[in-house]
Design a protein around this ligand. Structure first.
Ligand SMILES: Cc1ncc(COP(=O)(O)O)c(C=O)c1O
Length: 400
């Protein structure tokens, strides 16, 4: 009898965390490596948020809290949804977990039975399919091509829906492409969903605040209130508030689902850190002006990276609406030979070549379900980005 459970054979360790880890190890070993794998802002958590955590410790808020969030944080989440999205929820429709990741995982564990299908537009955040698999569900990946700016088309959604479809997972702005849905694009999808009442929507709005060029973010229930009773609107403080290490994510949705999520959490991790919850209250209720300041920097970096990558022979890079990623195509490098005589046959080969030849760590598109592409995170100091892109240009020019 094998010791490790067979369910583990269905999944793989997070490839994005693996790239970050590999870059760290190479750096520690003395190699000059620039990591473009980071899924977190390089900015520090704002001081007012840190101070709120210190205050919470001083006040002795160091004990267990309610399993799925303190009343103060649920209240702050309710206010956030009303203020920023025009959505009306009560505190018992809100759940708080240790990161957005836990909220999504709990939702899958709470709802999926063997054979239940979850539609996941590709390229996707690496964890969605594996979470579905761990929960005994069946991920149904729907390719969203470059010519639709990596966005799900209504006809592709319609074609993917079956009697077994339980969820559609949407993520806008997207990790890994940065693509975000306009109101009209979202409405075209919600129109399809209105015809299929068995399909629930999990919308991962983690990158809501990271949009550029005046883009207006929308979330499905705001576009189609008819989906209110079957949508879990997920968000968190990790990205916009530079709080990835604090581990706070949240969601709002139907009460029975929120209760089921709390049940899973009550028998696994219990409440998220009491101190982090106090910090998240300050993040949501406190000043928001640093977000615009960060976005100005991110936009500049996006434009720099898009321009420099488009100047690299064999690469083509779109200019996305948000997040801090671009997803360039390396189709023009496939089939070409490295100076060492190795043929680049896939995006895996391409990113391995970038790391070996120039010490640039990016993530292969195969990890996100759409090849041949690679993901570049521009949540890194501008000068480092410039240097990394120059190295990528050099690596591409050296291919024969
Ligand atoms: C699309 C997306 N959703 C959710 C998460 C998880 O966020 P958290 O760090 O709050 O668990 C991430 C983090 O990389 C993400 O990119």
């Amino acid at each position: 009898m094998p010791f490790l459970a067979s369910r583990l054979d269905r999944i793989k360790p997070s490839p994005t965390l693996a790239v970050t880890q590999k870059a760290r190890e190479l750096k520690a070993a003395g190699r000059d490596v620039i990591g473009l794998g980071a899924g977190e802002p390089d900015f520090d958590t704002p001081d007012n948020i840190k101070a709120a955590a210190v205050e919470a410790i001083r006040r002795g808020e160091t004990k267990y809290t309610d399993v799925d969030g303190t009343p103060a944080l649920k209240q702050a989440v309710v206010a956030k949804f009303r203020r920023e999205n025009g959505l009306s929820y009560t505190p018992d429709q809100v759940t708080v977990g240790s990161g957005g990741k836990q909220v999504i995982y709990n939702a899958m564990m709470a709802t999926l039975d063997p054979g239940d299908e979850v539609i996941i537009p590709a390229p996707y955040w690496v964890s969605y399919p594996d979470m579905v698999l761990l929960a005994d569900g069946r991920p149904v990946s729907v390719a969203c091509r470059e010519n639709s700016r990596f966005k799900l088309r209504p006809e592709a959604l319609e074609a993917a829906i079956t009697a077994k479809t339980k969820w559609l997972i949407l993520n806008s702005p997207s990790n890994p492409t940065g693509a975000a849905y306009t109101f009209a694009e979202m409405k075209a999808l919600t129109d399809v969903l209105m015809r299929h009442p068995q399909v629930r929507v999990l919308t991962d709005d983690m990158y809501e605040h990271l949009v550029y060029d005046g883009f207006r973010f929308v979330t499905p229930v705001e576009v189609e209130p008819g989906l209110y009773d079957r949508t879990l609107t997920m968000n968190g403080v990790s990205k916009a508030y530079c709080m990835t290490g604090w581990r706070i994510g949240y969601a709002a949705g139907p009460k029975d689902l929120i209760k089921a999520i709390a049940k899973v959490q009550s028998q696994s991790t219990s409440n998220p850190s009491s101190i982090s919850q106090a910090a998240a209250v300050e993040a949501l209720n406190g000043p928001q002006d640093f977000i615009a300041a960060h976005n100005a920097v991110f936009k500049e970096r996006r434009d720099l990276v898009v321009e420099m990558l488009n100047a690299a022979p064999g690469l083509a890079c779109h200019r996305p609406e948000g997040a801090f990623y671009v997803y360039p195509s390396c189709a023009g490098a496939i089939g070409r030979k490295t100076p060492q005589g190795k043929t680049i046959a896939s995006d895996d080969d391409f990113v391995t070549y970038l790391l070996d030849a120039e010490g640039v760590a990016a993530v292969q598109g195969s990890a996100f379900g759409l090849s041949p592409f690679f993901r570049v995170s521009y949540a890194t100091a501008t000068e480092l980005l410039r240097e990394a892109c120059a190295r990528i240009q050099r690596a591409c020019a050296a291919l024969a």
